[in-house]
Design a protein around this ligand. Structure first.
Ligand SMILES: *Cc1c(COP(=O)(O)O)cnc(C)c1O
Length: 424
């Protein structure tokens, strides 16, 4: 058996700044449009749903954004996360390739989402907000926001996609454990939810519907704002803590990655992983960025690149992205976190500019890989994360065939200990 190589950083080595790729990307993002007027949105308009510091982070082109002390203190509870060499997997594949994974399952709720829920709660708190309303697909975002709300004294209300609510009751427990309130969506608590249920009582829900419900609630309340767990520029910004740590960890072992992989739902763990490597890529280094998504929700591989809403009701700004259409309801796959019709504008643009490649895998093949990985590496991956593992294995086998000595790194976005029903 191979030696277990783990690259740790000390708490003092947690990066003190997030990296803003907008400062370096060789293109401008197409601006978000007002969903009613189709005019370019002004930052002030975003202030209806987000607090000012986050609106500022959404549009700034400053290269490094200082992480507030209060946020660093909370990060230090679970960060830096380990970079682990998948020696057993390498041996199993009999490949000359080195495979590393950045393990985000060490967070309080078991996924990378606390990297952004903590700063989001912090910035809302200092802006005088009392309640955050959000949606959650598989429940990871809801539990991450609930945890952050607890840390900064905010009420958290979560609209959870009904299929996941039924399939993943433990996620609801987790949200409640941290003091958040959960409502299955579509619900009778909003006009939009009622309208959907009038048409189809059995509607399984979708992220788009849940976002619509959450926004309706925000617009009807005082001192309430909305929080989004993926897609937006400021979310990807917060997630760059992942890639920045990976860079430091690779420096420690004098290694550089050739292929960087993440699973893709809305683009936050992928963006957070790859964006800090944009300067290297732009300077001509041959680094491959790879997005892995489910065949049943093939946003980047089969979606259209155009303006679309982030939600079903059409309340969110129109954003230029790869989309399967805002009314797309993905099949009930276990990788609930990857059931989103759209993508982050930054990720979409990278794909469109051929700086990012994308592949799609079936549920069967990713579960086979997840089982193999659990047995070899001793970590049960979230069904979402197993898409990234599948991508890494395919890349490793390709390099083996071509006799290339590559270094592959992927982000293991979360553990699957609350997804064991999916495994069974
Ligand atoms: C939410 C989630 C995802 C997908 O979201 P992204 O924004 O694409 O990162 C992937 N993995 C896990 C474990 C998640 O919780």
């Amino acid at each position: 058996m191979g030696r277990r190589e783990r690259v740790y950083l000390s708490v003092e080595e947690i990066p003190k700044y997030w990296y803003n790729a907008l400062a370096d990307l060789p293109f401008q993002l197409d601006p978000p449009l007002n969903p009613q007027t189709k005019e370019i949105m002004k930052p002030e308009e975003l202030s209806a749903i987000f607090p000012d510091p986050l609106v500022e982070q959404e549009v700034t082109t400053e290269r490094f954004i200082k992480i507030p002390e209060e946020v660093l203190k909370e990060y230090a509870i679970f960060r830096p996360s380990p970079l682990i060499r998948a020696t057993n997997l390498e041996e199993y594949l009999e490949t000359p390739v080195k495979i590393y994974y950045k393990y985000e399952g060490v967070s309080p709720t078991g996924s990378h989402k606390t990297n952004t829920s903590i700063p989001q709660a912090y910035y809302n708190k200092i802006s005088g907000i009392e309640t955050l309303v959000t949606e959650t697909g598989a429940g990871q975002w809801g539990s991450a926001l609930s945890y952050a709300g607890l840390k900064f004294g905010l009420n958290i209300e979560v609209y959870m996609v009904k299929t996941s609510f039924e399939q993943k009751p433990m996620r609801k427990c987790l949200i409640n454990l941290f003091g958040g309130k959960v409502t299955p969506s579509p619900s009778l608590e909003t006009n939009f939810g009622k309208k959907i249920l009038d048409i189809d009582k059995e509607n399984p829900g979708s992220l788009g519907i849940a976002i619509s419900e959450a926004l309706e609630v925000v617009f009807s309340r005082n001192k309430a704002k909305y929080a989004l767990g993926s897609v937006l520029n400021h979310v990807l910004l917060h997630q760059t803590i992942i890639g920045l740590e990976i860079k430091k960890q690779f420096e420690k072992i004098n290694e550089k990655p050739d292929v960087i992989i993440g699973c893709h739902g809305g683009g936050s763990n992928l963006g957070g992983t790859i964006l800090p490597f944009i300067p290297e890529k732009l300077s001509g280094k041959n680094i491959k960025f790879l997005a892995c998504e489910p065949k049943s929700c093939p946003t980047l591989t089969e979606g259209e690149y155009r303006y679309d809403n982030g939600d079903t009701a059409g309340l969110t700004p129109l954003m230029k992205m790869y989309t399967l259409g805002k009314d797309f309801i993905p099949p009930k796959i276990h990788a609930g976190g990857l059931r989103y019709h759209g993508s982050a504008p930054i990720i979409a643009k990278l794909k469109h500019e051929n700086m990012l490649e994308a592949v799609a895998f079936t549920q069967d093949e990713t579960f086979e890989v997840a089982n193999l990985f659990a047995k070899l590496e001793g970590i049960i991956p979230a069904p979402e994360s197993s898409h990234a593992i599948t991508g890494a294995i395919k890349e490793a086998l390709k390099a083996k065939k071509n006799k290339e000595e590559k270094v592959i790194v992927f982000t293991l976005s979360g553990h699957g200990l609350l997804d064991l029903t999916a495994y069974s």
